[in-house]
Design a protein around this ligand. Structure first.
Ligand code: UD1
Ligand code: UDP
Length: 359
């Protein structure tokens, strides 16, 4: 069974890595098709090198562009590759424009689609990711739901039981496979002159936050307030998208330390030793939960409600007062929750299910 693995952005590479490792370990026939949505070294190649992934066989090099332009270029490019390679299955991960176009190209060629991290919903259709994940789920033949909750959402949308598999989230695999290495080899805490548990970590990059001047300004004011109240460094590895709009809007946060986006091992070490994380990232909400670090989410909703339920995360929105209030609240909460995202064997399970399926 020939499998095409589609990736396009940083989180897809990281979360697909455990599946790729398992396919490699078993010597299965597969190849990686990179859309080129992310192309900067520190959003792309660094993860292939560090996670020791084989190079992609194809890179469509679509780069950045308007949603339609980017999605259309990927759709056309993926279709050509699939026609040439004729795989039995296309595997996609997450909720980006890359995976929506990948799923659509495959389904129209009657090629089976597997969606890793299926069934997540924020119920906010203003987010491009929400549309992407709904459509990708409904194009898929194999829906790998990370939790029972995600499965229930899919069942509620009429997706048949036999298409859904609860596997856990591959981010747990990625963390378990890399945390020890990060602890022993990454040197970011020293390099940034930080003390474990005496700094905050921030990431903000979602379109609905950083493309909106009022929201972005409000978040930065809240973060400045956190830096001022607690007197600890606030480290912000800034996505190039956010760096660009911050400059366009003329925003100049005073209390934050902006650093370049990092490799996965450094970022993992930084997350693991943070006193608290403030973020609008989906993956970072999960990682904070798994690493037992409290999280304040700078959004009005989340497609990771499991983190709210176990108490590792709280929704603060973007108002400065609420960011400060929720930070205080999370700092006083006991970090005693259990990880709802699985046992670190999701990658193995996904490969096993596909091989058993005899497609
Ligand atoms: C995309 C995903 C988002 C995901 C994020 C992961 C969509 C709609 N969005 O957002 O869900 O959370 O990836 O990080 O698919 N840029 C660079 N270098 C790059 C890539 C982008 O500098 O390698 C800059 C460009 O200015 C570009 C901007 O980032 O215009 C936005 O890139 P884009 O791929 O559209 O979306 P992300 O914000 O990265
Ligand atoms: N990440 C990283 N370096 C950074 C910031 C994030 O390696 O400087 C990793 C992080 O550990 C997580 C993933 O990138 O696994 C999250 O990606 P992102 O926040 O860009 O996307 P989202 O999860 O919101 O789609």
């Amino acid at each position: 069974m020939k499998i095409t693995i589609i990736v396009g952005t940083r989180p897809e590479i990281i979360k697909m890595a455990p599946v790729i490792r398992e396919l490699e370990r078993q010597g299965r026939e597969y190849f990686i098709l990179h859309t080129g949505q992310h192309y900067s070294y520190n959003l792309d190649r660094v993860f292939f090198e560090q996670l020791k992934l084989p190079p992609s066989k194809y890179n469509l090099e679509v780069g950045s562009g308007s949603p339609a332009e980017q999605t259309a270029k990927i759709l056309i490019g993926v279709e050509k590759v699939l026609q040439e390679e004729n795989p039995a299955l296309v595997l996609i991960e997450g909720d980006t424009n890359s995976i929506l176009a990948g799923a659509l190209a495959a389904v129209k060629l009657h090629i089976k689609v597997g969606h890793v991290e299926a069934g997540l919903r924020s119920y906010d259709r203003n987010m491009p990711e929400e549309i992407n994940r709904i459509l990708a789920d409904h194009c898929s033949d194999f829906l790998f739901a990370p939790t029972e909750k995600a499965k229930a959402i899919l069942r509620g949308e009429g997706i048949p039981e036999e298409k859904i598999f609860v596997t856990g989230n591959t981010i747990v695999d990625a963390i378990y496979q890399n945390l020890e290495i990060a602890r022993s080899s990454a040197n970011i805490i020293n390099a940034l002159n930080l003390k474990p548990k005496e700094y905050f970590l921030v990431t903000v990059h979602r379109q609905e936050n950083v493309d909106n001047q009022a929201r972005f300004a409000s978040i930065l004011e809240g973060l400045d307030g956190v830096a001022a109240e607690f007197g600890m460094p606030v480290i912000y590895p800034i996505h190039p998208h956010s760096r660009r709009t911050m400059a366009e809007f003329g925003l100049r946060p005073r209390g934050l330390r902006l650093v370049e986006p990092m490799d996965f091992l450094s970022f993992l070490q930084l997350e693991n030793s943070a006193r608290l994380i403030l973020t609008d990232s989906g993956g970072v909400q999960e990682e904070a939960c798994i690493l037992s670090v409290p999280c304040v989410t700078l959004r009005d909703n989340t497609e990771r409600p499991e983190t709210l339920e176990v108490g590792s995360n709280i929704l603060a929105g973007v108002s400065p007062d609420r960011i400060l209030k929720h930070t205080r609240l999370m700092l006083n909460r006991e970090n005693k929750w259990s990880n709802p995202f699985g046992d670190g064997k999701a990658g193995e399970r996904i490969v096993e299910i596909l091989l058993q399926s005899r497609i």
